[in-house]
Ligand binder design. Structure first.
Ligand SMILES: [Zn+2]
Length: 84
């Protein structure tokens, strides 16, 4: 008998409704936020998440910044989720 295990990453994208200051290009732009959740899986079935990562990127210069959960939660109320 064998067990196939691995990981799978799911990403949710959010657009902040209000313009914000980009730390790189110093422009007032709408920032795009990402919440990546990594899941442990067995036989390609995700069982439980074990890692969360948060990012934000500028819609003008496309630079990506890793942010912490607190910053993501702080801005979460003014974001709209982008459906694919
Ligand atoms: Zn920028």
């Amino acid at each position: 008998m064998f067990i196939i295990y691995g990981t799978k990453v799911f990403t949710k994208r959010y657009l902040k409704d209000l313009p914000d200051l980009c730390p790189d290009c110093s422009e007032q732009v709408k920032l795009l936020y990402f919440h990546q959740r990594k899941w442990f899986s067995i036989f390609w079935i995700p069982l439980f998440p074990y890692r969360n990562k948060y990012y934000k990127t500028c819609s003008r210069c496309d630079n990506l910044h890793s942010i912490n959960k607190a910053e993501f939660i702080q801005n979460r109320e003014s974001m709209s989720q982008i459906k694919d």
